[in-house]
Design a binder for this molecule. Structure first.
Ligand SMILES: CC(C)(COP(=O)(O)OP(=O)(O)OC[C@H]1O[C@@H](n2cnc3c(N)ncnc32)[C@H](O)[C@@H]1OP(=O)(O)O)[C@@H](O)C(=O)NCCC(=O)NCCS
Length: 224
């Protein structure tokens, strides 16, 4: 006998492939809960072994909602505890409100497990000559340490690149030269180094130099 049953449908990202999933949650009258994967429709072919490996690590990437800013602030504070909660709240909340900015989150059973930011950057008229060029930038990316190497960072990046590709033909990103994880992730999308001689308002690369990267989106948009 079933005490209750509930069907839930949601989009998912498995190894960069968009999928529509239907889950049927039910509870037996002895109290045991069941979650059955009843449908998995994939955008393009994906190996069943890959799905089997990833199905236990499902997460959804989507635009952040206002009520998720606090969860993002908590993650951001893991990355930069020296920045106050108030400053992070203002910055991340502003990403949701401003149409030239984007805040996306990765949500798993554990809640918000990562976030990614993107924005249009326009140098001021009095900006130094070496200022990074106008354009859409991938700005901040953070994944909960215990859930890394599960494709969350790549999925957050893919979603932001899709958004940028709606309004621009190139995307920019910068990283500390020591951040090999971030550089490897972005190179995987095709980002190429442009220069190490640049500045960006409010940015300092402690203990290393910054690298500015560019990605032409025309060539990659068909595979995003
Ligand atoms: C960088 C970061 C966002 C990566 O997130 P993630 O969810 O672990 O990344 P993914 O699992 O999507 O990795 C995608 C690819 O990136 C590369 N990559 C990710 N982490 C890596 C690492 N530690 N070392 C080398 N390559 C790495 C790999 O190519 C990986 O593909 P693979 O796992 O098939 O080899 C995460 O390490 C993080 O939050 N770091 C701290 C914050 C930070 O540095 N943000 C970037 C600022 S520019």
């Amino acid at each position: 006998m079933l005490a209750w049953t509930r069907v839930h449908e949601c989009p998912l990202n498995i190894l960069g492939v968009r999928c529509d999933v239907q889950l049927r949650g039910s509870k037996q009258d002895d109290g045991a809960p069941w979650m059955t994967l009843t449908r998995l429709r994939v955008e393009r072919p994906i190996g069943t072994r890959a799905i089997a490996m990833w199905v236990g690590r499902l997460f959804v990437v989507r635009d952040a909602e206002d009520f998720e800013v606090e969860a993002c602030v908590a993650l951001a504070r893991l990355a930069a505890p020296e920045v106050s909660r108030t400053s992070w709240r203002k910055a991340l909340g502003g990403d949701i409100e401003n149409p030239e900015r984007k805040l996306v989150v990765a949500e798993a059973e554990a809640g918000v497990v990562g976030y990614g930011r993107a924005r249009l950057f326009e140098p001021g008229s009095d900006a130094p000559r070496d200022t990074a060029p106008r354009g859409y930038y991938l700005m901040g990316l953070f994944v909960r340490p215990d859930l890394r190497r599960a494709g969350v960072g790549a999925a957050l990046t893919e979603t932001r690149l899709r958004w940028i590709s709606e309004g621009a033909e190139e995307a920019w990103f910068f990283a500390n030269a020591h951040n090999s994880a971030s550089i490897a992730l972005h190179r995987g999308f095709g980002f190429e180094e442009v220069t190490r001689q640049f500045s960006f308002p409010g940015l300092a690369f402690e203990g290393g130099e910054g690298i500015l990267f560019r990605l032409g989106l025309r060539s990659v948009v068909s595979v995003l």
